[in-house]
Ligand binder design. Structure first.
Ligand SMILES: Cc1cc2nc3c(=O)[nH]c(=O)nc-3n(C[C@H](O)[C@H](O)[C@H](O)COP(=O)(O)O)c2cc1C
Length: 416
């Protein structure tokens, strides 16, 4: 075992009261989709539409779900007798499951305090938590809450020769962040019609309509009272003091934008010595290019169907990307993951881990602070059950499960 690898500690003992509470949650909300429906009822309309909506008529979201559902895994019986463990190693670090929280910008809009609650739950469960740069807690504070599992995502802040982005990279290193994620798949701003219809306008404005909407949701308001108005705290040192919400949104619009170029990825590679991950890869040639620049990991994703709804699904792009990079990169899949079975499908199709975005926000919307822990348990238990059902003694064995994957893109489909 190398020096950087930690041991996943045994799960903390659970009191009888906690066990009863967990059981009640598992009975009432046995799937991520149950949490979604409850969140829809409890959240202000703008918050639910922000966390749940995609581009177009949500066609990309629907295809993400359908493409994962279409993957079949063939069991082999007569081997595994004990419930298998779900632990895995990513970038030399041990985690309790190959399941993580994808970066979410402005999660406080969806649920005030989201970052803190997600970070706490991920740390308690020992699964990766990716703090988005557009978050309500700083990278330093996130590292205090989630010291063993913190990843950090950056968008492109290109002004003044990437002053903000490179400075944040140095801060992330000093805070002990385990992986730096550079998001490449937002070259332009696109429209999410459900947000527009819910009254979220660009440039952002805290209208009477949004205020009214919030007042009708006691759960959201009480989390706002506890956590304060969401601010982009990691960016505070670079922005003028005491900005209003509208002014800080305008500051971000001025400073952040466009997708990282390959030259810029190289620049970050020089500064960041830890595992570097590029987020937004859907073409095998881009995956090869990233690896050639020294990138260690690839997020195969279509941004959860939020950018444009014509992109390939990540599950369908993954086999060709794995074929292109072999074992030279760790592959994280996201977009559409709603169960441990989905995580197993992702790994059987070539990924090393599966992350989720929307479903973690649904969990907060439905259950507040208790939501993320419940969802991690659902995903982990479901993954373990899937391993057992398939006859896999551990996560590694998923890679050799016989798979039918009707939507998979072949390398030749990409014209390479
Ligand atoms: C509300 C919301 C905000 C997001 N913000 C970011 C972000 O700031 N940076 C980023 O790289 N990805 C962002 N994403 C995309 C997620 O990281 C992830 O790719 C996506 O949610 C995965 O698909 P899923 O939602 O179907 O699980 C966001 C997703 C959602 C739902």
């Amino acid at each position: 075992m190398d020096d950087t690898r930690q041991i996943v500690p045994p799960a903390a003992a659970v009191s009888p009261q906690q066990a009863a509470e967990r059981l009640a949650l598992a009975r009432r909300f046995p799937t991520a989709m149950d949490l979604r429906e409850h969140a829809r009822k409890r959240m202000p309309n703008f918050a639910f539409e922000y966390m749940d909506g995609g581009n177009g008529a949500d066609g990309g979201i629907q295809r993400n779900w359908a493409a994962l559902d279409a993957v079949q895994l063939v069991p082999r019986y007569g081997k595994v007798v004990k419930p298998p463990p779900s632990d895995c190693t990513l970038f030399g670090r041990a985690y309790s499951a190959p399941i993580g929280v994808a970066p979410i910008g402005g999660p406080g809009t969806a649920f005030p305090g989201a970052e803190t609650y997600l970070a706490k739950a991920a740390q308690a469960a020992r699964v990766p938590y990716t703090l988005g740069v557009l978050s309500g807690i700083s990278v330093e504070d996130a590292a205090k809450i989630a010291p063993d599992v913190l990843w950090f995502q950056l968008y492109r802040f290109a002004n003044n020769d990437h002053k903000i982005g490179l400075e944040l990279t140095r801060r992330a290193a000093a805070a002990g962040v385990q992986a730096l994620v550079l998001t490449m798949d937002t070259p332009i701003r696109t429209v999410r019609s459900r947000e527009v219809k819910a009254g979220i306008v660009n440039p952002f404005k805290l209208t009477m309509r949004l205020r009214w909407d919030a007042i009708r949701s006691p759960a959201w308001l009480s989390s706002l009272a506890r956590n304060g108005i969401p601010r982009f705290v990691s960016l505070n040192p670079y922005a003028p003091p005491n900005l209003s919400l509208e002014e800080s949104a305008a500051f971000i619009r001025r400073e952040q934008g466009g997708a990282f170029t390959w030259e810029e990825i190289s620049k970050y590679r020089d500064v960041w010595k830890g595992p570097l991950v590029v987020k937004g890869v859907l073409h095998p040639a881009d995956a090869e290019r990233a690896v050639a620049l020294g990138v260690d990991g690839l997020f195969v994703t279509n941004h959860g169907g939020r950018q444009i709804d014509a992109l390939p699904t990540s599950i369908d792009a993954t086999p060709a990307i794995r074929a292109a990079v072999g074992n030279k990169a760790t592959i994280i899949l996201d977009s559409g993951v709603r169960s441990g079975v989905d995580a197993a499908r992702a790994i059987a199709c070539g990924a090393d881990a599966a992350f989720a975005g929307k479903s973690f926000l649904w969990s907060l919307g439905a259950l507040g602070e208790k939501g993320p822990g419940h969802l991690i348990r659902l995903y982990t238990e479901d993954l373990r059950a899937t391993l057992g059902q398939l006859g896999c003694a551990n996560v590694e064995e998923l890679r050799s499960v016989t798979t039918r994957h009707p939507g998979a893109w072949k390398t030749a489909d990409f014209g390479t």
